[in-house]
Design a protein around this ligand. Structure first.
Ligand code: FES
Length: 158
């Protein structure tokens, strides 16, 4: 039996969505998003809970959750910085931006600060190539990145 449970609000949302989807299994992705917004990441316990709820296996849920890179399969920091590593951003200076962020926060990409405040992740194209270099900062995009923009953002949060 899983320790994880949907919050009251998510349980309500789940019940509402059930009426609109053809079967329980097709609720996998929206349910994974609900879990991630609730907990910040998707634990094995949450996968077991969801599998039980959807009448599928934890392995199926794990397969879906691990296929999509936007799902966090381990705890992340309060602020998730995801810098694009694809061509347009690279040509426009994303490497310099990444080094600056790493030096400023004292962790490398792929790591989380000890105080669980910041997690740094490299991602593929964010679909914002026209405003490269770009990153996402939790649910927001920050575009036309410069070292000054990074300083302005991080200095208010440190
Ligand atoms: S290449 Fe970076 S947003 Fe597309």
């Amino acid at each position: 039996m899983s320790e994880f449970k949907f919050s009251e609000e998510n349980e309500k949302k789940f019940q509402e969505l059930l009426k609109r989807y053809p079967d329980r299994a097709s609720l996998s992705l929206p349910s994974l998003w609900m879990i991630q917004y609730q907990e910040g990441w998707i634990s094995e316990e949450a996968m077991v809970f969801l599998a039980d709820k959807l009448g599928t296996s934890p392995m199926d849920i794990q397969g879906i959750a691990s296929f999509y890179t936007m799902f966090n399969l381990e705890p992340i920091g309060k602020y998730h910085i995801q810098v694009c590593k694809t061509l347009s951003c690279k040509l426009c200076g994303s490497e310099k931006i990444k080094s600056h962020i790493e030096n400023k926060l004292g962790v490398k990409f792929g790591e989380t600060t000890k105080d669980m405040k910041f997690t740094l992740t490299e991602v593929e194209c964010l679909g914002s190539c026209g405003t490269a270099p770009a990153m996402s900062f939790n649910d927001d995009y920050v575009e036309n990145l410069t070292v000054e923009k990074i300083d302005e953002l991080l200095d208010t949060l440190k």
